[in-house]
Design a protein around this ligand. Structure first.
Ligand SMILES: O=C[C@H](O)[C@H](O)[C@H](O)COP(=O)(O)O
Length: 288
């Protein structure tokens, strides 16, 4: 299925192999529907400690959404918690509109009754809320573990405020533990792999977990390549070099975009801002 990646995440440091984040799910079943069903089942599901942290970060963020906001809706498991909680507020009367950063998030938002806006000239966003695969103290991000990096960077560049929501595992001193995702035009793949190796990376074409001959496609029908660079001390420099390689449509380094992050630390939702000490999210009545 085209959207299978929505429930699969690559595992840091293991050659781009991916694990289902909702258990073993058959490839022939649309994951959006499974995920939606899980979110709407009446019997409460036991969430793992990590899922509870994601839910907690999402709850802190949804508290700052106000009537009239135009929202960018992120992709991934943490964003799905946010969309679900936003949907509850919309059902309770909150007036917002949004554009989703993936077909999976769009389907979830639509199912929950969140009004959606199509891409158009001049459309900007008051607030984008999205997860991340890694973030450092300057709020540099690695994103794209769910394959949505191109739409995410597009929407988040058009947003006045990007708020990252993340569980405690996502904060790192230096980016690079998580392999850097690239979206690559299929024709260009061999030369992109050569060029990334010359930059010191170990690129791996993302394939389906149960069929390593079958590449994962992005929503744009491009390939996804996960690049192990080890620590990335000069993320800005690497981003510039990746942009010069023909066939790389986008890379998963997001710099200078996030205004703040809500991260769970010691069980408490903390606000991180670039280069500042953490403060409890509960101290902020409005966006930090
Ligand atoms: O392409 C996917 C996105 O960049 C996600 O926001 C990122 O992978 C984090 O996902 P999760 O919240 O599932 O850890």
């Amino acid at each position: 299925m085209e959207q299978e990646w929505a429930l699969h995440k690559i595992t840091p440091g293991c050659g781009g192999g991916r694990v289902p984040s909702q258990g073993q799910i058959g490839r022939n079943i649309a994951p959006v529907f499974i995920f939606s069903a899980l979110l709407t089942m009446s019997a409460p599901l036991a969430l793992s400690p990590q899922e509870l942290e994601k839910q907690q970060a999402a709850a802190a963020a949804v508290r700052w959404v106000r009537d009239g906001m135009v929202l960018g809706l992120g992709t991934g498991t943490t964003s799905a918690h946010f969309i679900k909680q936003l949907g509850e507020r919309v059902q309770a009367g909150l007036k917002v509109q949004g554009t989703a950063t993936s077909l999976a998030s769009e389907a979830l938002a639509r199912q929950l009754g969140i009004p959606l806006l199509e891409p158009r000239r001049g459309l900007t966003f008051d607030l984008a809320v999205d997860g991340a695969d890694e973030l450092d103290g300057q709020l540099r991000l690695i994103k794209g573990g769910g394959g949505a990096l191109l739409r995410e960077k597009t929407i988040e560049t058009a947003s006045r405020y990007l708020l990252v929501i993340a569980d405690s595992s996502k904060v790192v001193p230096v980016l690079g533990r998580f392999p850097l995702p690239l979206e690559v035009v299929p024709f260009a793949l061999p030369w992109v792999l050569d060029a990334v190796e010359k930059l010191g990376g170990a690129p791996v074409l993302r394939t389906h977990k149960d069929d390593s001959a079958s590449p994962v496609y992005s929503d744009q029908r491009n390939f996804l390549v996960d690049c192990h660079f080890g620590q990335i001390p000069d993320a800005e420099g690497l981003a510039v070099r990746l942009k010069t390689i023909p066939g790389i449509v986008e890379h998963g380094l997001f710099m200078g975009l996030a205004k703040a992050a809500v991260v769970i630390q010691g069980g408490v939702a903390q606000v991180l801002k670039p280069g500042e000490a953490a403060r409890p999210a509960a101290e902020f009545d409005e966006l930090p």
